[in-house]
Design a protein around this ligand. Structure first.
Ligand SMILES: [Zn+2]
Length: 264
């Protein structure tokens, strides 16, 4: 876990602006999604670090508060010792906080707890292990009802969903310029490997993002428990760039290869 710059995260300016807008609102639920190893927690922590002023609280299983300085309160999750997410949100440090970072929203109960805090006026930043924004919204919708979150409350409180995947960068010392005849616009192909890249052909990473600000139409789909395909189609219609298109753009900038894009 580390704090990166917006550039190091591989976020483009317009993508960061959309995230910043959600943070500036000062309340609501923001979800950073991605499969394991996608770097979503780095993005979440970097976003949290950009929120200025006191009144910040971090709820996590490991002490990563040092990343955020002494003014950020830390509440350690220890389910085995009786400190679960519900207990953490009842702690004074959480109740007094303006913005709260939560390490993972694992199930309907945890989403419900974070949602109620966000609806009460906190800005809550959580993570989910879903592969893209539409799958995240579909998963959230499917959790609603019965003992899970209230769909209408979720639809009015969720402000933004991001999702991401890491892409390996071609090693600058051995990458092979891609031929013009390919038609996909790739600048480089993976090289055969060298000492710089430990013979792997890749060195370093970038990330492809989807950034989905909530809109009335997306909120309606969430309430209707729509599937991921319908949500994705609506989001793209409203201007969201798909993760695949984001990855292709990174490839055309020479930041990754077609082989990496195909792993999405
Ligand atoms: Zn190399």
């Amino acid at each position: 876990m580390q704090l990166l710059t917006i550039e190091e995260l591989g976020l483009e300016k317009s993508e960061w602006t959309a995230i910043e807008t959600a943070l500036t609102a000062g309340r609501g639920l923001v979800v950073f999604a991605g499969i394991g190893g996608s770097g979503k927690a780095n993005t979440q922590h970097t976003a949290f670090s950009k929120i200025s002023g006191p009144g910040k609280c971090l709820i996590a299983g490991e002490d990563v508060a040092t990343l955020h300085g002494p003014s950020t309160n830390f509440i350690k999750l220890e389910p085995g010792a009786g400190r679960n997410l519900a207990g953490a949100f009842k702690a004074e440090a959480a109740k007094a906080a303006k913005s709260i970072l939560v390490d993972g929203l694992q199930n309907a109960m945890e989403v419900d707890i974070a949602l109620k805090a966000a609806a009460a006026g906190h800005l809550v930043l959580g993570t989910m292990d879903t592969p893209d924004t539409a799958a995240t919204l579909a998963a959230l919708g499917a959790m609603c009802g019965n003992s899970g979150p209230d769909a209408a409350l979720l639809a009015s409180t969720l402000t933004l969903v991001t999702a991401q995947r890491l892409l390996r960068r071609p090693c600058r010392d051995c990458a092979v310029p891609a031929g013009d005849g390919k038609g996909d616009g790739a600048k480089f192909e993976k090289g055969s490997g060298c000492a710089t890249c430990n013979q792997s052909g890749y060195k370093g990473r970038t990330a492809a993002y989807e950034v989905m600000p909530m809109t009335p139409a997306l909120a309606a789909l969430l309430k209707a428990k729509a599937g991921a395909a319908a949500i994705h189609a609506q989001a793209v219609k409203e201007g969201m760039r798909s993760m695949r298109d984001a990855a292709l753009a990174k490839m055309r900038q020479g930041l990754t290869t077609m082989a990496e894009v195909r792993t999405l």
